[in-house]
Ligand binder design. Structure first.
Ligand code: ZN
Length: 144
């Protein structure tokens, strides 16, 4: 099996079975972001526990496979991590997508499947939108 096919399958799997996806009420939604160039949308909520770890991320994502798969991988990557570490992950992933950072593939987990997106400038926003959304949610929680 070609690596590209494997990555494609990982993206499709997350798209069809998005981890941490949920139906959110308007009251729960902390962040609502859209990517008009592709028609992607994400509504997201997060909680931070008293010990400062990201205890939950739930979202309602509609859009292309890349946008939904990225949200699923993002939630899987960040839930359970200390907020500071989560913020670092967010920064690293966005920099990776912008081609400004190299990350050892062994450290990426499933995110490795999205790395190729950086070669398609029109699709980068599809992959990064949910990461910006969760960052905004964490910012809100920090000032709450
Ligand atoms: Zn998209």
């Amino acid at each position: 099996m070609q690596m590209d096919d494997l990555y494609q399958e990982m993206i499709i799997d997350h798209y069809k079975h998005p981890r941490h996806a949920a139906t959110l009420t308007d009251e729960e939604v902390l962040v609502d972001e859209e990517n008009p160039t592709c028609g992607d949308r994400i509504r997201l909520t997060a909680t931070v526990a008293e010990d400062g770890t990201v205890s939950d991320i739930r979202y309602d994502a509609n859009g292309c496979a890349i946008s939904v798969a990225s949200a699923s991988m993002m939630a899987e990557t960040l839930v359970g991590r200390p907020v500071g570490e989560a913020r670092e992950q967010i920064r690293d992933f966005v920099e990776l997508m912008r081609g400004r950072k190299e990350i050892d593939p062994s450290e990426l987990g499933d995110l490795v499947a999205l790395e190729g997106v950086k070669n398609f400038p029109m699709r980068i926003k599809c992959a990064t939108m949910c990461w910006h959304a969760v960052e905004h949610a964490l910012n809100q929680l920090a000032t709450a």
